[in-house]
Design a protein around this ligand. Structure first.
Ligand SMILES: [Zn+2]
Length: 115
């Protein structure tokens, strides 16, 4: 699946996101800050594997969130990296917190948007 289509699917199933003038606008799954990305190209947001693929996480929509590129990068570098991970329990709690947040924001797709 091309990246923009995947990002759109995530946005459609995240109740913080709305379609607005060529963009999707919602909240970053990691920092909760405002996040917007180009609806056509997907530029502006990254797809976050909440439970990383290396830890057994899949491409299920509930395991995927939209984030700022820098938030995604920081989690990848400082948390998902096993060599830097000093506290397994804290890491597990962090991942569970993001999974819970994704579930709390869930809305059923498909949703028809006026574009
Ligand atoms: Zn963020």
């Amino acid at each position: 699946m091309p990246a923009p289509a995947l990002k759109e699917q995530i946005a459609r199933t995240d109740n913080t996101f709305e379609r607005a003038a060529g963009a999707w606008v919602g909240k970053c799954l990691i920092c909760n800050g405002r996040l917007s990305f180009d609806a056509r190209t997907g530029f502006g947001a990254n797809v976050e594997h909440i439970m990383p693929r290396a830890e057994g996480g899949g491409n299920d929509l509930l395991n995927l969130g939209l984030t700022h590129p820098h938030c995604n990068g920081e989690k990848g570098r400082n948390w998902d990296n096993r060599k830097k991970r000093s506290d397994a329990a804290r890491y597990a709690a962090l991942v569970q917190g993001f999974l819970d947040r994704r579930k709390a924001r869930w809305r059923d797709a498909p949703i028809t948007w006026r574009i």
